[in-house]
Design a protein around this ligand. Structure first.
Ligand code: ZN
Length: 219
């Protein structure tokens, strides 16, 4: 069943949510109204859609490339053993793929707008931390700090971490199963379990700019 995204008392940017109304309309549409302590308000329409888990892939190997577009630069950055898994059939497929991959063996994610390099994989292979990530090349230091808790583009999870929170993805809050907010939701789960991300160097976040940019392409 559909749930509102916002909750009274939670943060909304720098403000606190003070009011939420949520309706399921005829035809399965949803309407959410939110107001915050800065007296900002918004109405958002959505769908009471299927966000249950069902299997859409099988985990193969230790390197996942979830994609909607196969970009040459991304291809150049990963070894041929990478598992490319299409996630473009619904906004929740990325989450379903991660549920399948969340087995107690370490793995790395390289998203479709990131160009990795051999050094990335060498560093991940020898790092003793449990949740490792590279900064995006287009992020400032402040951006990188703000994003580090919710970034999946070039990230490695250890077997220890996955064993420690085996249901972090399967039981992820309904509202965080959409790919737009998936990394934020998972990041919160992992921090609640006591894990902190370990920041490595910088990875090329090419964002498919040669093809108009990922923001345009994903519309
Ligand atoms: Zn690390």
């Amino acid at each position: 069943m559909a749930e509102p995204f916002h909750r009274v008392g939670e943060q909304r940017g720098p403000f606190t949510v003070t009011e939420v109304t949520f309706d399921v309309l005829p035809g399965g549409r949803t309407r959410e109204f939110v107001r915050d302590s800065g007296d900002n308000y918004a109405t958002t329409f959505g769908w009471d859609d299927d966000r249950e888990y069902y299997q859409i892939c099988q985990r193969e190997g230790n390197l996942l490339v979830p994609y909607t577009i196969r970009h040459k630069m991304t291809e150049e950055g990963v070894p041929s053993s990478a598992s490319w898994v299409y996630v473009g059939n619904s906004p929740y497929d990325y989450w379903r793929v991660l549920v399948e991959w969340w087995k107690p063996r370490e793995f790395t994610i390289i998203e479709h707008d990131v160009k990795a390099s051999p050094e990335v994989f060498e560093e991940f292979a020898i790092c003793p931390h449990h949740w490792c990530t590279f900064k995006y090349s287009n992020h400032s230091e402040e951006n990188a700090e703000a994003w580090k808790y919710g970034i999946l583009g070039c990230t490695r999870f250890s077997a220890y971490l996955i064993k420690h929170v085996p249901n972090a993805l399967k039981d992820l809050d309904w509202r965080y199963r959409d790919w737009h907010v998936l990394s934020t939701g998972l990041g919160m789960e992992l921090r609640n379990a006591g894990f902190e991300p370990h920041l490595h160097g910088i990875v090329d976040h090419h964002r498919m700019m040669d093809r108009g940019g990922v923001a345009q392409l994903m519309q």
